[in-house]
Design a protein around this ligand. Sequence first.
Ligand code: LIP
Length: 306
Amino acid sequence: MADQVNHKEVHGLLVEVALAAGDMIVAAQPHIATVGTKQNSADLVTETDKAVEQYAIALLKEKYPEFDFLGEETYTTGKKLTDKPTFICDPIDGTVNFVHTFPNVCISLALAIHKKPVVGVVYNPYTTHLYSAIKGQGSFLTMPFRSKSTAPIENRRVRLPHNPNPPPLGGLDKSLVAVEWGSHRTGHNWDVKYETFAKLAGSREQGGKMVHSLRSMGSAALNFCAVAAGQIDVYWEGGCWAWDVAAGWLILTEAGGIVVDANPGNWSPTVDGRRYMAVRAAPTGQREIVEEFWSIIPEGGYNYSA
Ligand code: LIP
């Protein structure tokens, strides 16, 4: 079954679903009073998250009934990603942003075969930025564009990264780094997270890496896309899930980026491994910046796992 899948057809369907889901997201009026929570008060979910996922399931299952589906809102503890062709869906990545009407929100859709993404689509309906990739065919962004303020707006499709000759990666002290606070705020993983953040941002005199700055899109998928575009040099997170990263992972690697484990020593993480470091395309410096980043991870690193 896997080798008969027409990736271009799947890509067209994922774009169709993403655009329609984007209309649902923009039409919704999330109100803090009607928001649900999951693990804690910062782990939010809305009726729109659930409605968008049900919509995606209906369209995808209609066309590909034999494919599996792994989605954030229908996930049940212990469900594993298999080698079967599987749609991986985050109906709203950036739910906290969505609830607060902060426009870093997207739907993230991927097809994975043998647990590796082969088609990925990430769509932000507020900016109408559509990121997409098909395995072996490059990574693209379709976005509104105007050459000057008086020119009409046109839709432009550009290959990623934006700079076709990306500069070498310098050290962390020459980098813009994406991180996320996430919703887990106590325990070992929280300690690893904020100690690493302090090391990244701290001055050299304090033993820190003095990165140019830290950024949080509030969405793993949009962090991956910013790295793919070459706008962020490194993104580091543990605790998010396959549905947060599957599409962005392919969009990044098809743009020349790499994904390694957030914990030291693993150059080949899995999409469901819940520990990620994404590094932008560069002619040199990818390996060195990974090893520099790994050198500041507190003993043992994250204990998140598939
Ligand atoms: C979010 C991730 C983000 C993480 C948040 C949350 P959601 O996904 O994209 O990277 O830090 O805790 O998990 O819940 O908005 O789909």
